[in-house]
Unconditional design. Sequence first.
Length: 121
Amino acid sequence: MARWLSFFAEYNFTVEYKPGKQNVLADALSRRPDYELAHLAYLESPLYELIREAYANDDDLAGLVEALSAPNKAVELTARQRSRLHRYSVVEDLLYYQVEGGDEPRIVVPNDEDLRHRVLY
């Protein structure tokens, strides 16, 4: 412990605790032994378009997108979806999910194995 304390003493940083429910990506990224940030990559528009198209094939998300895009239209949602509807938003036909009010909204990726692989890797 003293060795780590000595090592990190050279850096000026602040440690902030983020509860597990708010830190949903921590498990996926921390469990990859080969993960090393070499560069930053930004999603390009073709990937956004693939995500938009995949919403139509995902029964759960298609209803959410429709309910949020056309609030006056009667859309059948499950009780769970209705209880969490306030956490979702649609911007430029992309579905976003926000855990808490101060949390940054995240794009919801449909349940498509190939698409999820492209987004993560």
